[in-house]
Design a protein around this ligand. Structure first.
Ligand code: ADP
Ligand code: MG
Length: 263
């Protein structure tokens, strides 16, 4: 479905990689249970401003729960999660504000089926950020152009390919001017030929300094864009390493075993 006219039309890559700033997302001693199931076991993770951390690990290891906890879609039993120094609030206006600071892109694009592509991108800015419609539309179009789907603005999600829909989901997250974007297996539901058009947009975002936490098994993305890989298994972060080092010489047997199965 996507020809060159629909492909991402992004600025050229920044010449140098972005310097990692002060801690933006900080998880300290986080514990999370589902009933008796201990899903996050003493998680400590600090993500700096402008940093890209790839979270990798077997199915069921707690990667989605980690993302959902950071976005407060799940509550944690103990420990703390702070965004830009502010602890996660539990409810009300503060929570809405926090949610809008933390963008999220899911495996299933989760676009509103009965709204146009442009409306999908402008809804949050108008409702939550209280932007005027004209301003929201203008910015929405800029973002849709940036991810290569500007020509699709008046269509509905079902009329777009999966790769295009996921790029709309990224534009929708960007429209809220988030401090960090969480990506939970953003290419896992895509046909293989559409994976790169989404990864290319993500790589550009990384090069432009967006802080990103990305759950993915796409090694090419990790090697190109990640500052760090965090390997999760059974609710724990077992290893944090430079991508090159992680993929060529992981330090734990668990990671070696996992990599031997996916590579
Ligand atoms: P991953 O994303 O790494 O595959 P998840 O975070 O989805 O892992 O799940 C971690 C564990 O928590 C799994 O054992 C899963 O079955 C369980 N789990 C996830 N969500 C729920 C839930 N809402 N209720 C009960 N158990 C859950
Ligand atoms: Mg998951």
């Amino acid at each position: 479905a996507s020809g060159s006219a629909d492909g991402p039309q992004l600025a050229p890559a920044a010449p140098a990689s972005v310097a990692v700033g002060e801690p933006l997302v900080v998880l300290t001693d986080v514990q999370k249970y589902f009933g008796d199931l201990h899903v996050l076991k003493d998680i400590n993770l600090s993500v700096g401003r402008g940093e890209v951390v790839v979270v990798i690990g077997p199915s069921g290891s707690g990667k989605s729960t980690l993302c959902r906890s950071i976005n407060r879609l799940e509550t944690i039993e103990s420990g703390s999660i702070t965004i830009d120094g502010v602890p996660l609030p539990s409810e009300g206006k503060e929570l809405a504000k926090l949610r809008s600071d933390v963008g999220m892109v899911f495996q299933q694009f989760n676009l509103f089926a009965h709204k146009t592509i442009l409306e999908n991108v402008t809804l949050g800015p108008i409702k939550v950020r209280k932007k005027g419609k004209a301003e929201a539309n203008q910015r929405g179009m800029e973002l849709l152009d940036r991810v290569g789907v500007g020509s699709q603005a008046q269509k509905y999600p079902a009329q777009l390919s999966g790769g295009q829909q996921q790029r709309v989901a990224i534009a929708r997250a960007l429209a809220m001017d988030p401090k960090v974007i969480l990506f939970d297996e953003p290419t896992s539901a895509l046909d293989p030929e559409m994976i790169n058009e989404v990864l290319d947009v993500m790589i550009q975002l990384a090069e432009q300094g967006m802080t990103m936490i990305v759950v993915t098994h796409e090694m090419g993305f990790a090697r190109t864009a990640a500052n760090r890989v965090a390997f999760m298994a059974e609710g724990q972060i077992l290893e944090e390493a430079d991508p090159e080092q992680f993929f060529t010489n992981p330090s734990t047997a668990r990671a070696k075993d996992f990599l031997s199965k996916i590579l």
